[in-house]
Design a protein around this ligand. Structure first.
Ligand code: DON
Length: 571
């Protein structure tokens, strides 16, 4: 842990202890630029990046651009996120210096009790937790767009939603991931008449190069632009969503839709070496896990370790952080969590002491005793504007094409986020992570997430980064932070090969090329099980402002050929 000095150190640790991020970041030294030379956006689809740039050119700020990027991603990446899903938006307001976390996570309908997800033998039924009406939580994304525009933006929703509305109406070219994802979810999606009406409009599934139009979604977005929150959560669209869930055997109430609220939360903040990291609080597990992993790893000089030992130390830190995720974390509105303890450098020191520097700790030796508490898809974008406002946002419908269920007449594809709850204690979900009481479903509760939109700041640099990838989001962002700390460029950070460990299963997953054969051998000799050569994962999008050279740079994950990151120099 780098040394924190003086009163700021004391204040920072007290605030972290209270789980409240310091709201003002110290002003940069005079020799660095006061604001960036323009704006920059990185997102998973070129049309979304272009929509955001168009809004910046029209005089919008980063928050207006975020509405345009987010809504356009909802149209062009239905495989990843959408109005029927949720997300987290980490914001930095340059004028006040404040960081805010908009939690637009889905909430659990009251009818969705744990029993609703079990089959006749009492086992978790993935067909209910991952497909169709029971898998869907009450959507949060439309409320986030309204909040962003009303509270933080300068332009009306009619302007910032215009690009998404136009693209939904006129269509966009189908790309490979959309077609491939559809093929893998087809049998579920084609169960539902509303989904067939959108995806089989011309008689067969979307094919690369075809134009994919969503006129109902254009109308839904227009209602959101015209009427704000009520355009989605009350009246015609809300009725259609509710009816469609009922027609397929599920149960949402009007009050659950009308009662949905975005929560504004204080982000988590901690120090890693010379960086101040600002990141996602619960109901994301990401911020706490990142703090644990980085603070454990800080006991070693990672740059001086040979490759197997660097991976070993990071994996042991990941293992311990994911064990804690399983036991403790959930929706802060429902569970008490020992956040101050989990984030504390002393706790990290204790975990560090339990690591044998040359030998794997089998996960079974770190058991998940339920604590005594009272009870390839998703998408990310990063934006910075000329004033220094910043957005780091991750949004999702959970698995490919969410629940597969489009509510007829709305164009809205519902999420399957309920699978992120611990529906059956100790039973892994689609990402292989499990949980206990802290993450059990309750009416109105938000399911635990791994989405980790993050800011990094040093004396000279300001960075926004994040990624999709289920439980692997946390380690993608971790490797991104370490990459920046090693001096890599934004594009190199986005391209970095990835490895991951999540305590259970007790395996290191690695992309092809991430670990060389010698490193794999050495890790195996330390007692690790290594799955080298897994298919690639993730889609990291990042922007960086170097205040000393006053330059902007961007990184868009090369694993996703339709992503786009661009700098817009503005006079
Ligand atoms: O909130 C979460 O952690 C997950 N629902 C995110 C899903 C995701 O990233 C899927 N991507 N591969």
């Amino acid at each position: 842990m780098s040394l924190l000095r003086g009163w700021r150190a004391t204040l920072a640790s007290v605030l972290v202890g209270l789980c409240i991020a310091p709201l003002a970041v110290a002003a940069p030294p005079a020799r660095v630029a006061a604001h960036p030379p323009g704006g920059a956006i990185a997102s998973g689809h070129a049309l979304a990046t272009e929509a955001g740039l168009q809004i910046l050119r029209a005089g919008g700020n980063a928050f207006d651009a975020a509405v345009a990027v987010s809504s356009t991603l909802s149209v062009v990446e239905p495989i990843s996120s959408g109005l029927g899903g949720g997300g987290f938006f980490l914001l930095h307001d340059a004028k006040s210096g404040k960081d805010v976390f908009l939690d637009a996570r889905e909430t659990s309908p009251a009818a969705a009790t744990p029993q609703a997800f079990l089959d006749g033998h009492g086992a978790l039924d993935p067909n209910r937790s991952q497909n169709g009406p029971w898998s869907a939580g009450i959507p949060g994304l439309p409320a986030a767009l309204v909040e962003l525009a009303g509270k933080y933006g300068r332009l009306p929703l009619g302007t910032t939603l215009a690009p998404a509305i136009r693209i939904a109406r006129e269509g966009f070219p189908v790309y490979a991931r959309l077609q491939k994802g559809y093929a893998s979810r087809r049998s579920v999606m084609e169960r539902y008449p509303g989904t067939r009406a959108v995806y089989l409009a011309d008689g067969d599934p979307p094919k690369v190069g075809e134009t994919f139009r969503q006129p109902d979604l254009a109308r839904t977005l227009q209602l959101l632009a015209d009427k704000g929150f009520d355009g989605f959560y009350r009246g015609d669209i809300a009725d259609k969503l509710r009816r469609s869930v009922h027609d397929e055997g599920g149960n949402w109430t009007s009050a659950e839709l009308a009662g949905y609220r975005v929560r504004e939360r204080a982000p988590l903040q901690f120090k890693y070496r010379d960086w101040s990291i600002t990141t996602a609080p619960p109901p994301s597990s990401g911020g706490i896990a990142l703090a644990e992993i980085l603070q454990i790893a800080e006991g070693w000089d990672l740059r001086k370790l040979d490759p197997p030992h660097r991976v070993h130390i990071l994996v042991e830190a990941m293992r311990r952080a994911f064990r804690d995720r399983t036991i403790y974390l959930g929706d802060p509105d429902f569970v008490r969590m020992p956040i101050a303890r989990l984030m504390s450098p002393d706790y990290a020191a204790g975990l560090r002491a339990s690591i044998n520097p040359d030998k794997a700790t089998p996960s079974v030796l770190l058991p998940a005793q339920p604590a005594p508490l009272e009870d390839d898809e998703t998408t990310h974008f990063s934006i910075i504007d000329r004033d220094g406002n910043r957005v780091s946002a991750t949004q999702t419908v959970n698995l490919l094409y969410g629940s597969g269920l489009v509510a007829p007449g709305t164009g809205v594809l519902l999420n399957d986020e309920m699978d992120d709850f611990a529906l059956k204690p100790g039973t892994p979900n689609a990402f292989g992570v499990m949980g206990f009481a802290a993450n059990a479903p309750k009416p109105g509760k938000r399911m635990l997430s791994s989405m980790s939109p993050t800011f990094m700041e040093s004396r000279d640099k300001v960075i926004a980064l994040g990624a999709p990838g289920g439980s692997r989001i946390i380690t993608e962002v971790l490797l991104g932070i370490l990459g920046y700390d090693d001096g890599l460029s934004a594009q190199q950070v986005a391209a970095l090969p990835r490895f991951h460990h999540q305590w259970w299963p007790d395996v290191i997953s690695a992309e092809a090329g991430a670990l060389d054969p010698k490193t794999v051998k050495a890790l195996q000799a330390m007692g690790h099980t290594v799955n080298a050569g897994e298919p690639t994962w993730g889609n990291l999008q990042t922007v960086e402002w170097d205040r000393r050279s006053d330059t902007l740079s961007v990184g868009s994950d090369p694993r996703n050929p339709v992503g786009k990151a661009e700098v817009l120099l503005q006079p």
